[in-house]
Design a protein. Structure first.
Length: 560
């Protein structure tokens, strides 16, 4: 391993104008290595498609995307913008699937997935729509790290990003979280380029990238100003004040801002098919005006209302409607591999020291400030239902951790301690991430212990992904009747298609016997109504088997 690390760093230190005959000494091999890392990650992601049935949110995303493609409409359940939803619907659409007219937020998506009796094919086609976003995010991580830290750190950052369990997990499901992660870092990278030189080409790039981020998920509307402000602050700090406002005359900035804003507006409006309509919920005379992209405004209002009302969430044995300010720090602490966290903390220290000491290197502070800014904003949210809500910080975490590994390797040039520690942490990290396959979604590190369900559930552990595994277990055990409480967006007739035996609802007012299947969400949050512990009577019993990571299967004999 020591020789390998030395080879990686030695390769990247050789300038690109060396003769081709100097094999294995040109930086091109790090580019090739990064490409190989991305391909390996794609194989790992795709291999999970047939392991997991749909997560709870996937049918809604697919159904709305299909409505946009097939009917040219985007009218209800618009709490998410169209881009990611259209991308996950393109695969099924090109395969010949169309809208079915089923009612409800999940009915249409479920019907699409079960079209032609090809459930897993349709699900794989939908999930494949997320792969371009994963590739995009990986490439921008490489470009950002290379720009500020060099090829060695770019390679390490890409290696970390393409192997993080949370990134692999959300790159393998047809939801909005990986799209906003990819387009968020793309928009910020475009902003960096634009601040350096606000010409027409870069203004166009910025406007399209920002529009794509906003069209992926509305959280970008909150994250982008904070992160963009961090970038602008660093750029202002670096720029000599004698050169004008941020290096250019104010008039040039105003023209560039106006052009970028106009193009972003046109892209967003065009994605909503240039719709125009009234928004009755706007105040005063505004409710009587026909405004562009009516659904865009309604979607933002829906998200704001959702945040005001909160969302039932679970953390450390407690259930709350309004969440906890410390929810996301805890989620990051227990769902991120420990060796990665070690490199991350080292990187935070090394970057903060370098940026503070050398003003000309202040740009290295950007990933650090962006991460802290986004996390700080997220901590004020009342919606605490998964680490995925702060997934956009992970590309920057990967860059910081990449520099942390590089710094640790070279921090003690005459002492092998740093290199031995780097090798040990990288080895530990690789074992951890590959051992997590295919259960990247419910991954927890060693801090969570043997019962991570006592810390987090929902999309961090139980997002309904193990229904197929439960079906296989029931068949293997020849179980003919079952009482259950399953956290799933499947309809009952869809479960019949999986070969489930006749099922009865698990009672909440009394204990029962026989075969019982219960999701972690049900076990920890009951029927999602107070007192939330309706199934606590199961706790004294030992499960026969844990199905995947999210469902417990019990057998309680009569008289037990």
């Amino acid at each position: 391993m020591s020789d390998l690390m030395s080879f990686i760093f030695a390769v990247s230190s050789v300038s690109e104008d060396k003769a081709i005959s100097r094999k294995f000494t040109r930086p091109v091999y790090l580019w090739i290595g990064a490409g190989v890392l991305i391909v390996i990650a794609l194989v790992r992601i795709i291999s999970t498609y047939t392991v997991f049935s749909q997560t709870y949110d996937e049918p809604a995303q697919i159904g709305k995307g299909m409505e946009w493609l097939d009917k040219g409409e985007y009218t209800v359940y618009i709490e998410h913008p169209p881009l990611a939803r259209v991308m996950v619907a393109i695969g099924p659409y090109l395969a010949g699937t169309r809208s079915t007219g089923n009612p409800g937020q999940y009915g249409e998506g479920n019907a699409i997935l079960h079209t032609g009796g090809a459930y897993f094919r349709n699900l794989a086609l939908a999930r494949s729509g997320i792969l371009p976003f994963f590739i995009l995010a990986s490439v921008v991580v490489w470009m950002w790290a290379k720009r500020d830290f060099g090829l060695q750190v770019a390679f390490l950052s890409t290696a970390f990003f393409t192997t993080l369990p949370s990134i692999l997990a959300h790159s393998g499901v047809a939801t909005t979280d990986m799209p906003v992660t990819a387009t968020f870092i793309l928009a910020l990278f475009a902003l960096r380029l634009w601040l350096e030189q606000p010409d027409f080409r870069r203004s166009l790039f910025l406007s399209v990238a920002v529009a794509m981020s906003i069209l992926s998920k509305f959280s970008a509307l909150v994250f982008l100003p904070v992160a963009g402000g961090c970038i602008a602050l660093v750029h202002w700090y670096k720029t000599p004040k004698s050169t004008g406002f941020l290096g250019y005359p104010v008039e040039r900035w105003l023209r560039a801002i106006a052009a970028a804003t106009l193009v972003s507006f046109i892209v967003i409006w065009g994605t909503y098919r240039f719709s125009i309509g009234k928004v009755d919920t706007l105040p005063g005379f505004l409710s009587e005006i026909q405004i562009p992209a009516r659904e865009f405004t309604l979607g933002i209002q829906s998200v704001m209302e959702h945040n005001r009302e909160g969302h039932l969430a679970y953390l450390l044995g407690e259930v709350s409607e309004n969440g906890w300010w410390y929810y996301f720090p805890i989620a990051i602490a227990v769902k991120t591999p420990l060796p990665f966290l070690g490199f991350l903390l080292t990187g935070f220290y090394a970057i903060a020291r370098r940026g503070a000491v050398l003003r000309r290197d202040a740009q290295v502070l950007m990933p650090l400030l962006i991460s802290l800014g986004v996390l700080g904003v997220a901590m004020t949210s009342n919606i605490n239902i998964g680490l995925r809500y702060v997934l956009p910080v992970y590309p920057f975490f990967a860059i910081i951790a990449g520099y942390g590994a590089y710094f640790l390797w070279f921090s003690l040039p005459y002492n092998p301690t740093g290199r031995f520690l780097t090798i040990g942490l990288i080895g530990w990290y690789l074992v951890t991430t590959f051992a997590a396959h295919p259960d990247y979604l419910p991954y927890f590190n060693e801090l969570a212990g043997d019962h991570p369900e006592d810390i987090l559930v929902d999309s961090d552990l139980d997002w309904g992904q193990d229904i197929q595994r439960l079906s296989e277990a029931l068949k293997d055990k020849n179980i003919e009747t079952l009482r259950s409480c399953l956290f799933s967006s499947h309809r009952n007739r869809d479960l019949d298609a999986f070969g489930f035996p006749p099922m009865k609802k698990l009672p909440t007012d009394r204990e029962t016997t026989g075969w019982i299947a219960i999701s972690m969400m049900c076990l920890k949050m009951g029927t999602f109504e107070w007192p939330y512990d309706q199934f606590s009577w199961l706790e004294p019993h030992k499960p026969v088997e844990r199905i995947g990571k999210s469902i417990d299967l019990y057998f309680i004999p009569k008289g037990d």
